[in-house]
Design a protein around this ligand. Structure first.
Ligand SMILES: *Cc1c(COP(=O)(O)O)cnc(C)c1O
Length: 388
């Protein structure tokens, strides 16, 4: 393992050696048949992972570009968008929609809680919405959305489901062929980035549109975008030897390797592994008296937002851990200084998380608390074993 630090933040996530090796290959022409074959395979594997009957896009850009691409190709200026927000990243769709003249309405949960399905139903009964955005795992709060409850309600009212999977895709179930509720109750658009649960360095925006979403694009004459107009990319995705804008050749090498690892492990196993990691990390930290912001029933498999005990100095705590090689993230917005966030996704291993629990306990003791790292590690290991 080439990494010198454990990067356990909610993205970017640890990159494994085979992905670094792929990334470091010779940069070739984007029209070189050897590169084109790799790009084609990367696109095909993405399609297999998400199981869509429509189109997938793998292009340069961060997750935010993927959000923009999802939105501008489905909802036109003046049309209505309902945002279901479980935190900071859910809220990002409000700004995004407003930037394009979309009429945005929003249901914001108290941080750490879920928006209730009945509120969603009420909104949809009282207004004609073109689409609804759901953040699968909100990276600010560690709250997961309940797709089984939300998708059928949204589809019943004829709106498109746009799923932000930036902290979930490849780790929490996302299957575009799955029917939720009624016959055509499918997720219409899924978007993600390379650097979170897929475990590849940052830089790729990944989006999938099903046939219903493509139909929505067809009804918009001119979308207010050029780079993000899917019509500029469909020819390239179907024949990656064609040119629209230069693809990030080395990142595509890395992504192809990352997707091979994802599919080799298998989706069912990945969903189980992440679920086990999430439960076990939270159970282990609870031995130290540290609680997650989200209740266990709504907590995400991929990351946790953990509240500090009274009086903890966030900067000192995370700096001490950084010295030991463990990088954690601070909390966002009003929780800044009051909580930290830990990622447990992608190519993160059980060994890394075990070490992280131990180091956190050690550091708490150095800062004057009195906790038992052995007991916490034990609890972590037992929980992983039970769940997986
Ligand atoms: C990280 C993240 C984003 C934004 O992705 P960037 O790559 O930082 O642009 C959007 N949504 C969610 C849920 C995220 O976790």
């Amino acid at each position: 393992m080439r990494n010198k630090e454990m990067l356990l933040i909610p993205g970017p996530t640890p990159v494994v050696d085979s992905i670094y090796d792929a990334l470091a290959q010779e940069t070739r022409s984007h029209t070189d048949s050897r590169f084109v074959a790799i790009y084609r395979n990367a696109i095909e594997m993405t399609r297999n992972m998400l199981k869509t009957d429509g189109e997938v896009f793998v292009i340069s850009g961060s997750g935010t570009v993927a959000m923009e691409m999802a939105l501008v190709n489905t909802v036109a200026a003046g049309e209505k968008l309902l945002v279901i927000s479980h935190g900071y990243f859910g809220d990002r769709f409000i700004k995004l929609g407003e930037a394009f003249g979309i009429e945005v309405d929003v249901l914001q949960a108290e941080w750490g809680k879920q928006v209730s399905p009945s509120e969603v139903e009420e909104k949809l009964v009282n207004g004609k919405f073109k689409a609804v955005t759901i953040t699968h795992a909100d990276t600010s709060t560690g709250v997961a959305a309940d797709l089984d409850a939300l998708v059928p309600i949204i589809k019943k009212h004829g709106a498109l489901v746009i799923l932000d999977g930036v902290c979930a895709t490849a780790a929490m179930e996302e299957d575009m062929s799955k029917t939720y509720g009624e016959a055509d109750g499918k997720i219409d658009v899924i978007l993600t980035g390379s650097q979170k649960a897929i475990g590849v360095p940052p830089g790729l925006a990944i989006v999938a549109f099903n046939l219903t979403a493509l139909d929505a694009r067809a009804k918009i004459k001119q979308v207010p975008a050029y780079y993000c107009d899917i019509y500029n990319w469909i020819p390239i995705m179907n024949d990656p030897g064609k040119y629209f804008a230069t693809p990030p050749v080395n990142l595509i090498y890395a992504y192809e390797e990352g997707m091979k690892l994802v599919l080799e492990e298998g989706m069912e196993r990945r969903y189980k592994r992440h679920s086990a990691f999430g439960k076990a990390v939270r159970a282990g930290l609870e031995v130290y008296g540290m609680k997650a912001l989200a209740e266990e029933e709504v907590a995400a498999a991929t990351l946790s937002c953990i509240l500090y005990p009274e009086g903890m100095d966030d900067a000192a705590f995370r700096a001490a851990l950084a010295k030991k090689g463990l990088i954690l993230a601070g909390a966002l917005a009003h929780l800044a200084g009051k909580a930290f966030r830990i990622g447990h996704m992608g190519n993160t291993t059980e060994k890394m998380l075990e070490k992280a629990i131990e180091l956190i306990g050690e550091t708490l003791n150095e800062l004057g608390y009195s906790v038992d790292p052995t007991k916490a590690v034990d609890c972590f290991k037992k929980t992983v074993a039970i769940v997986s």
